[in-house]
Every structure is written in structure tokens, then in C-alpha cells.
Design a protein around this ligand. Structure first.
Ligand SMILES: Cc1ncc(COP(=O)(O)O)c(C=O)c1O
Length: 405
């Protein structure tokens, strides 16, 4: 795994070389893709059941749902980038969250989760976990004292997301880790919108960092994937339970595509973040735009935390206009450079309206105070804009055309 020879290299270099193994047979420098589902095994060696092994990652390759060489190379690369001892890949980002929740929590346990997260994760925590006897409390982690008040003797995990999709509210990860650890709970963070270019949560005390690799890390909109990185023994436990038995293994071809995406992660993210800063500044001066949220803007309500916790502000913008539904129809019809679509973190810019009423009905279960705090950012709804690699001038002109009467 990545420690040892890779120690001391900068993250930009680790994005290329973390865990890279030169093919001993062919000498190939680029990672290959191993599509084989199975590998030769030695009769009598190893175990048939994953339950009889400790750390499966220390065993020879046997069957691809347990461990595949190309997926393993991706895990090594991500572990190196996050400064983690190990990492475990899943077929999607949501599978990685489900793997963490179902791998760590059991009936009677309590999960504290940020009241605002990516919709799929909020819905998973709200619907499936309580059915399994796992208590879930959504908490606004920016509210002083709220985390402390929510903790119970049976709280095992505090899960946050920073910046949170869609409103780009940040969580003070070092502070959450301090409070949760004093209580004996683990902390996980969905760092998809930050990427390791902006934030390395493990260095702030977080136990598990989770990414949807589908987004900026792959960056090309052509592969789903998820990953969780952390301490060796925690990842080994998750691999044996959730990795093997949930069956959400990452396909080898996706691992290969995502590895190739990571090669250019740093220059891509820096370019995207710079463009996002220019587009956010333009939107803030536009007469049709009533509010812009971007961690790099001086107007971001947590600008000091953003400066402390994020090396770059990142590629996401949230903005509001009057008549958001009418504006959404205009954008879908008029945009020529950006695309009106779901997802984010691709090479092409993507924008979509997130209607607050719909989010409250289908996704979140918030207290009146939590809903008011959400509406303080989002109003009746706003546009989630994911910046791509287009020229900033072209994107600004495109948005200007779409926003016009
Ligand atoms: C912050 C965040 N986490 C997780 C996910 C889920 O990722 P996936 O679609 O790979 O399951 C998304 C998807 O939009 C997301 O934005």
C-alpha cells in the first residue's frame, strides 16, 4: 500500500504515482485493466469464506468481488491522495455511504448525520436505516452546541458533508471530530465536492473520508464509483462486511477510467476552481441574480472556515434568481455551453434547479429551525452550477444570454 516509498511526495505527484506498480511482465508504465473475474488459487491455502479471513487485502487475488487488481490500484492511489492507510472502492458513491453505514452500524446504534447532504444519502439515512433499527438524528452541524446535544451513549458515527450539496454550507471538520471523539464516536465525511485537492479530512482528525468518484475525481462523466479511505483496521472491517457482502464491487473498467481521471485531477480542479471564482463574481453582479454562494466569495457566510479548510474553493456554485421555475425553463432552452442536467463534477459545465419545496417533501426531514437555516441559503430554490473546463468568458456569456429577459 501507499506508505513507504511514496512518503514525502507532494499530492500532485501522488495523483500520478500513488500506488503505481510497473507491470513486472511487460514493463508497462500505464496501469493495465484486469478484467478476469477469478484468479488461480492454491488448494488448501487461504479461506473459502471472507468471514474466516482478517484483512482480505493482504490475501492473494481470488475473486473480483473480494479484490480485483485494477480496483486495488485505484484504492492505493486514493489512499495515497488522502494520506490514509487503506481505502475500499464501491460501485457508486451511494454504495460507499451504504457500505459505511451498514458496515459500521447495527440495530440499537445511533447515527448523527448532517441535516443537509446529497439527496440520495439523506434519503438512505431517513428511510432504510430506521427500518433496520438504527436511530438517525439529522443535525445542523454549523449550529453551536447542536452536535453535543444530539449525541447519545449509543452514538457510533457522526456523518458530515463539506461542502454540502446543494447549498455549499461547510462543516468545521476538526471541531466535529473533536466533539465526536470525546464522546467515543467515529466521524465520516463526504468530501466529494471538496476533492483531495481542496481538503484532506483525515489530517483534520476525521476517521473516514468518502467520495463519489463519479464526480470531480473521475471528472469525465463516464464512470460511476465510490470510495472510503481511513485507518487500516477500520477499512479491513468494512471490506470484510460491506465490501464482500453488499456486492457493490466496482467494475475493473471503471477503476481504470477513474485512475486515468485522477492523473489530471490537480490541474483540472485548479482550472475549474479559478473559472468558478470568475463565474461566481460575474453572477454576484448580475441584476437577475439575488444570491450567490461559492466558498471563494467574500460573501460566503463561512469565508474564514473556507479559507482555513479548503486549499481551493472548488468548482461548485449555488445561485438564486426570482421565479426559479421560469428561469429553469429558460436555461434549459437557451444554454449552449453549459448543460441543464443532473450530476456534477464533469469536464462540461452542468446546471440544474433544486426546488426547496421538492427537497423538503421528498428528501429532507428538517425541524422548523433547520428548514429556516436551509431556506436562508436556498430560498424557494436555487441553481446548482458545476463548473467544467470551458473558457470562463464563454460560460459567462452563455449564462448572461440565459438570464436575460
Ligand atoms: C456529494 C455527493 N455525494 C454522493 C453522491 C452520490 O454519488 P453516486 O451517484 O456516485 O452514487 C453525489 C451525487 O451527486 C454527491 O453529489
Amino acid at each position: 500500500m501507499p506508505s513507504g516509498p511514496m512518503d514525502g511526495l507532494r499530492p500532485e505527484t501522488l495523483a500520478l504515482d500513488g500506488g503505481l506498480v510497473i507491470d513486472p511482465v511487460t514493463g508497462a508504465i500505464q496501469p493495465g485493466v484486469t478484467m478476469s473475474v477469478n484468479h488461480l488459487v492454491v488448494p488448501g491455502e487461504g479461506a473459502f469464506s471472507a468471514a474466516e479471513l482478517g484483512d482480505i487485502a493482504g490475501e492473494p487475488f481470488t475473486y473480483a468481488r473480494w479484490l480485483n487488481p485494477t480496483v486495488r490500484a485505484l484504492e492505493a492511489r486514493m489512499a495515497a491522495l488522502e494520506g490514509a492507510e487503506d481505502a475500499l472502492a464501491f460501485s457508486t458513491g451511494v454504495a460507499a455511504m451504504a457500505g459505511v453505514f451498514l458496515g459500521l452500524l447495527k440495530q440499537g446504534d445511533h447515527l448523527v448525520i448532517s441535516d443537509v447532504t446529497y439527496a440520495g444519502v439523506a434519503e438512505l439515512a431517513r428511510t432504510i436505516l430506521p427500518d433496520l433499527g438504527i436511530a438517525v438524528t439529522p443535525v445542523n452541524l454549523t449550529e453551536p452546541g447542536a452536535l453535543q446535544a444530539a449525541l447519545r451513549p449509543e452514538t457510533r458515527l457522526v456523518h458530515c458533508e463539506s461542502p454540502a450539496n446543494p447549498i455549499l454550507r461547510l462543516t468545521d471538520l476538526a471541531e466535529v471530530a473533536r466533539i465526536a471523539h470525546a464522546h467515543g464516536a467515529l466521524v465520516s465525511v463526504d468530501s466529494t465536492l471538496a476533492t483531495p485537492v481542496a481538503t484532506r479530512p483525515l489530517s483534520l482528525g476525521v476517521d473516514l473520508v468518502i467520495h463519489s468518484l463519479t464526480k470531480f475525481i473521475n471528472g469525465h462523466g463516464d464512470a460511476l464509483g465510490g470510495i472510503v479511505a481511513g485507518r487500516r483496521e477500520v477499512i479491513a472491517g468494512l471490506r470484510g462486511r460491506a465490501g464482500v457482502y453488499l456486492g457493490a464491487a466496482m467494475p475493473a473498467m471503471n477503476a481504470w477510467l477513474i485512475l486515468r481521471g485522477i492523473d489530471t485531477l490537480f490541474p483540472r480542479m485548479r482550472q475549474i476552481s479559478e473559472t468558478a471564482g470568475r463565474v461566481a463574481a460575474f453572477l454576484e453582479t448580475h441584476p437577475k441574480v439575488t444570491r450567490v454562494i461559492h466558498p471563494g466569495l467574500p460573501s460566503h457566510p463561512q469565508r474564514d472556515l473556507a479559507a482555513r479548510q479548503m486549499d481551493i474553493p472548488g468548482g461548485m456554485i449555488f445561485f438564486r434568481t426570482a421565479d426559479p421555475r421560469g428561469m429553469a425553463a429558460r436555461m434549459a432552452a437557451r444554454l449552449k455551453v453549459a448543460h441543464y442536467a443532473f450530476s456534477l463534477g464533469h469536464q462540461r459545465s452542468i446546471v440544474v434547479l433544486l426546488d426547496t419545496e421538492e427537497m423538503m417533501r421528498g428528501t429532507y426531514r428538517l425541524s422548523p429551525a433547520q428548514e429556516a437555516a436551509y431556506r436562508d441559503y436556498a430560498g424557494a430554490g436555487g441553481f446548482r452550477l458545476s463548473i467544467g473546463l470551458e473558457a470562463a468568458e464563454d460560460l459567462i456569456a452563455d449564462l448572461d444570454r440565459a438570464l436575460a429577459d
